[in-house]
Design a protein around this ligand. Structure first.
Ligand SMILES: Cc1cc2nc3c(=O)[nH]c(=O)nc-3n(C[C@H](O)[C@H](O)[C@H](O)COP(=O)(O)OP(=O)(O)OC[C@H]3O[C@@H](n4cnc5c(N)ncnc54)[C@H](O)[C@@H]3O)c2cc1C
Length: 701
């Protein structure tokens, strides 16, 4: 059977003969049964219909996830695809999932890893946009209102489709002026109202004392009270991956590390009919043919549009956003803080995420916390920036108002571009691109048999630590059992299985093996998107790298040379992209060494306690010797890590100068939590106590 598909819904997206009749989507669509128009955002689509074989029912979900190698074979051997999506971020994977669940023969190509772009660098909120509702009301802007309404519907859908990866988060709006209280209250109540039955939980007002009870680190002066409302929060990279994996299970040929180099065009009609791509890992180039090519490349939208037509004007205006991660104690466990209306017009937030705190910049954070909470630059555990693919409307002067809206355009040659929008509305964007009412209510990878108590079975059946089990359940959902099955025996009485990659995070070695099955091909894929270590603590990520590379090498048959390269690349990534450089710069900033002579003497004395031979530096053996003398045991790997944090010139030893720089940085608050500093101080105290003569020991035996 060869039925026709409708327009918004995509009939015209597949090219073919021009149609004589009016667009069927004004009536009822064959597949989606909706009569939705283009919501005013999409220009009337000029083109033609072609007959695309659509499945009569949603295809069966594959039990076994195809390997990346099988996917590459499928891309080259399965003949012409119905839909080919360029870009493996939230938008592209959403499009691929929509198309695949409609039974369309679907391909997806991503030049880096899935979610390596903006989609792993978001604020992690699944939200309707409180601020946009305010704009909608103040400016009586119906389009803004509809955008918020749609986002709130999508918020509910996203939360339901992957409950293991997302949840509702209460967010506090601090109120500093009395008049703001009724103003914000009405705004937030309207937000609840617009969400209707999809409202996560009702918002409420807090008195000043109750607000401080819930958020004790909040600055108390001038605080009048607070309003708490609910939005969603998720693990964005894992959510993106879940969408990609679900698409693959529904038959989409998805390949990461496969770059589209140029578009193929039919020499007779001039229509886009496929792409030339390159497997970045092997360098092999090949063509993939498709009836319809979708450009979902986020900030790179215009570069793909220019592959189609060099002259086409830009529609995407990238805008960078920076986030930092600070220790969890900067925000309560389950309460975020947001000020939507600061004096410079920017939103200030700090939100709990994966037991840490995500914030804008430290300077801004400082203004919201009480004077007893010292905000130190050294508390920045990771930092990253993302590029928002804002879509500009050439006809509008007010680019702000359209900034988070999305646009679907179809070029004369049939290239479809989906640009703009936000994470929360990925599915609506995909629907507008392909029309996929079929995906309504669809559960993503891991969600089907997930329940909030699933982790208990992981503990009982496999002997995993409770914290690790909770992490696995909230990351892999029902697939957590597959990770647990391959978890290594620890050799300890408890936990029985599950060796951690780094002691302070619940990520285990088995996740690296499983990550390879989830198409991870580089160490960066593991530290930043399969686990979120690089986003949570760059130093911890750096420490986990050697072991990760070892495990990946076994799985992927890497040579020693390849291992070395991987390690280097991942370290460079942490250094330049995740804030490690800033951290190290703070430590090496010798121009700011400002220790008074007495302190210098004190620290020199402490240093010499370790540097017995007066070499001018301390090595791991020196530290081991001191630890033995005070009966403290520490394994060699941990000691290496501790020394490595301070060893700025990476020569395997800590020179006196490096030590003094560290102590100066600690005094200035630029560095915090240095394990070497704490260890040396407590060793010194221990040794001093041991030296107290019996006659001065307070009369002890
Ligand atoms: C700082 C920040 C915070 C945000 N916070 C939120 C939030 O809290 N909530 C929310 O809803 N939204 C948020 N957003 C918006 C949201 O993150 C983005 O709208 C969304 O992730 C965009 O997804 P995308 O798939 O369009 O782009 P991307 O994720 O960037 O994906 C595009 C992909 O295309 C690939 N690509 C490019 N060229 C090629 C090629 N030639 N061949 C193959 N692949 C190619 C790239 O490698 C990339 O992976 C935030 C954005 C930023 C910047």
């Amino acid at each position: 059977m060869y039925p026709q598909l409708c327009v918004l819904c995509c009939g015209e997206f597949f090219g073919g003969e021009p149609r004589a009749q009016p667009c069927v989507c004004l009536l009822k669509c064959f597949l989606c049964k909706h009569s939705r128009g283009l919501m005013g955002r999409v220009p009337p689509l000029q083109g033609a219909l072609v007959q695309v074989q659509a499945a009569e029912a949603v295809p069966a979900r594959k039990e076994h996830l195809p390997t990346r190698e099988q996917q590459l074979v499928a891309l080259q051997c399965r003949g012409e695809f119905d839909v080919l999506v360029i870009g493996g971020g939230a938008t592209g994977c959403g499009c691929a999932l929509d198309a695949a669940t409609r039974g369309l023969k679907t391909a997806l190509l991503e030049r880096d890893d899935f979610s390596s772009g903006t989609s792993s660098r978001s604020t992690k909120l699944i939200h309707g946009g409180v601020r946009y509702l305010q704009k909608a009301i103040m400016k009586l802007d119906f389009e803004q209102y509809r955008m918020v309404k749609e986002a709130l519907e999508e918020r509910a859908h996203l939360l339901q489709s992957a409950p293991h990866l997302s949840g509702a988060l209460p967010i506090m709006l601090p109120i500093y002026k009395w008049w703001q209280l009724p103003y914000y209250w009405i705004g937030i109540k309207l937000y609840d109202l617009v969400a209707g039955s999809q409202c996560l939980k009702s918002s409420y007002v807090l008195t000043k004392s109750r607000a401080l009870e819930l958020f004790p680190m909040l600055r108390r002066d001038k605080l009048v009270g607070a309003i708490v409302y609910y939005d969603g929060q998720h693990n964005d990279a894992r959510m993106n991956l879940a969408i990609a994996l679900t698409a693959a299970r529904y038959g989409a040929a998805t390949a990461n590390y496969t770059e589209v180099q140029h578009l193929l065009k039919n020499s007779d009609t001039g229509r886009v009919c496929g792409v030339r791509c390159r497997d970045v890992l092997t360098g092999k180039e090949f063509d993939v043919r498709a009836k319809c090519v979708i450009n979902a490349t986020g900030p790179f939208t215009d570069s793909v549009r220019k592959m189609d037509d060099q002259e086409v004007p830009n529609i995407c205006q990238p805008s960078a956003g920076v986030h930092i991660v600070m220790p969890g104690y900067y925000s309560p466990d389950n309460m975020g803080l947001l000020d939507p209306d600061t004096s410079d017009g920017r939103v200030i937030f700090f939100l709990p995420w994966e037991k840490m705190t995500i914030a804008g910049t430290t300077d801004k954070v400082r203004n919201y916390l009480g004077p007893d909470v010292e905000v130190r630059r050294g508390d920045v555990l990771a930092a990253w920036s993302g590029i928002r693919p804002l879509v500009t409307n050439p006809d509008s002067k007010d680019t702000q108002s359209l900034s988070r809206n999305h646009v679907v355009t179809v070029s004369d040659s049939g290239l479809i571009t989906i640009a703009g929008g936000k994470w929360t509305t990925y599915r609506a964007m995909a629907r507008d691109t392909i029309d996929a009412a079929v995906t309504m209510g669809l559960q993503l990878e891991g969600a089907e048999d997930w329940s909030p108590t699933l982790y208990i079975r992981l503990v009982q059946d496999y002997g995993l630590e409770s914290e690790v089990a909770q992490h696995l359940a909230s990351t892999y959902g029902d697939k957590a059992f597959e990770v647990a099955k391959i978890a290594q025996v620890t050799g300890k009485r408890w936990p029985i299985v599950g060796k951690r990659l780094v002691s302070e995070f619940p990520y285990i070695e088995a996740e690296v093996v499983y990550g390879v099955k989830e198409y991870a091909r580089t160490a960066v894929d593991i530290i930043s998107r399969r686990t979120r270590l690089a986003f949570l603590n760059v130093q911890a990520a750096d420490e986990a790298l050697p072991r990760i590379v070892d495990i990946m090498a076994k799985e992927l048959n890497w040579s020693e040379q390849k291992k070395k390269e991987e390690l280097e690349t991942a370290k460079t990534f942490l250094y330049y992209e995740m804030g490690y450089k800033v951290k190290t710069d703070q430590l090496t900033d010798s121009s700011e060494i400002s220790l008074v002579p007495a302190d210098i003497e004190r620290y020199k004395k402490r240093f010499r306690m370790f540097d017995k031979d007066k070499k001018g530096f301390i090595t791991i053996l020196d530290v081991q010797r001191v630890l033995q003398s005070i009966s403290v045991q520490m394994d060699e790997n941990t000691l290496h890590e501790i020394l490595n944090e301070v060893d700025l010139n990476k020569n395997g030893q800590v020179e006196l100068n490096e030590f003094l720089q560290l102590m100066s940085a600690i005094q200035k608050g630029r560095v915090s939590g240095s394990r070497l500093a704490v260890l040396m101080k407590s060793a010194e105290e221990n040794l001093r106590r041991q030296c107290i003569p019996v006659d001065r020991s307070g009369g002890g035996l």
